[in-house]
Design a protein around this ligand. Structure first.
Ligand SMILES: CC(C)(COP(=O)(O)OP(=O)(O)OC[C@H]1O[C@@H](n2cnc3c(N)ncnc32)[C@H](O)[C@@H]1OP(=O)(O)O)[C@@H](O)C(=O)NCCC(=O)NCCS
Length: 245
């Protein structure tokens, strides 16, 4: 699979698959991943983990030409997975997010990235969450919207914020109210400010991802001028066509 230096590939698939395909993907998992799979209390999340991780190995393998079972992962201080033993000049970076049976992956060479998908689970009470977790600027922007636009704006903002946290890899040590993203439908998708380091804004590009009407998703990519391409699997193990978002 070819991935140009100025491209980011986004993959999306459903995690519900046949027992046969799941068994095939399970064989690629490392010992620690098998242990993790066995620790799930419920069957569905176990199956989803096996498929998600197995497919990650298949896709990574297609980019770096390595057998899925031979791929080694390492983990950052807050758990962000990365590839181990990579050439430092052309390191394949990736990030993963899953929600309600759908998984998205993002891949790029030599640039950090973060991706987030959320299933749009309609709630009537967004305001307390926005007040508590969003920045003051985001709270003001969200309140300024007509009621009919608040739900999509909530999910747009949430996934954009998560994509930044995931790109940085710092987990919850990066407080959600210390940076702002755009959320108004008529505004360009962007990281607007980072309280503790204003230079961050010029380091990242933020993309809205079209992932179907029941989901919201966002992608944060280090640097500028990338082309984001969207990839699908015709079957769970098969790498196939791409189209530009
Ligand atoms: C990263 C994080 C925000 C994602 O949570 P989420 O929205 O519930 O889940 P998503 O589906 O979007 O993402 C999960 C995937 O992100 C990746 N991931 C895990 N930790 C990550 C991190 N710190 N940064 C980026 N990506 C991470 C993994 O691939 C994970 O998938 P897996 O569980 O199948 O391996 C959450 O796991 C987190 O905050 N982790 C850090 C915990 C923390 O802050 N600890 C204290 C400080 S070290």
């Amino acid at each position: 699979m070819l991935l140009a230096d100025d491209e980011v590939h986004v993959w999306q698939t459903n995690l519900d698959t046949s027992a046969e395909e799941r068994q095939r993907l399970r064989q690629y998992l490392s010992l620690d991943e098998q242990v993790r799979a066995n620790r799930f209390l419920f069957e569905l999340p176990r199956q989803h983990f096996i498929v998600g991780r197995g497919l990650l190995r298949v896709i990574v393998g297609s980019y770096i030409n390595v057998e899925p079972s031979q791929i080694q992962f390492q983990y950052g201080a807050c758990g962000k997975p990365a590839l181990a033993n990579q050439p430092s000049k052309k390191e394949l970076r990736f990030n993963v997010s899953h929600s309600h049976g759908t998984i998205v992956y993002a891949f790029a060479f030599a640039r950090e990235l973060g991706i987030d998908i959320e299933w749009i689970n309609p709630k009537s009470e967004y305001e307390p969450i926005v007040r508590r977790f969003f920045s003051a600027q985001e709270y003001g922007d969200w309140l300024s919207l007509p009621i009919s636009q608040r739900e999509p704006a909530f999910f747009a903002c949430w996934t954009r914020k998560e994509s930044y946290i995931k790109a940085k890899g710092d987990g919850l040590t990066l407080p959600l109210d210390r940076f702002s993203v755009s959320l108004k439908p008529d505004e360009p998708t962007a990281l607007l400010n980072v309280h503790d380091d204003p230079t961050e804004v010029s380091r990242w590009s933020l993309y809205n991802l079209a992932v179907g009407k029941s989901y919201a998703a966002a992608l944060m990519v280090q640097g500028h001028g990338c082309t984001v391409k969207y990839c699908t699997t015709t079957s769970i193990c098969t790498v196939s066509s791409k189209q530009t978002l």
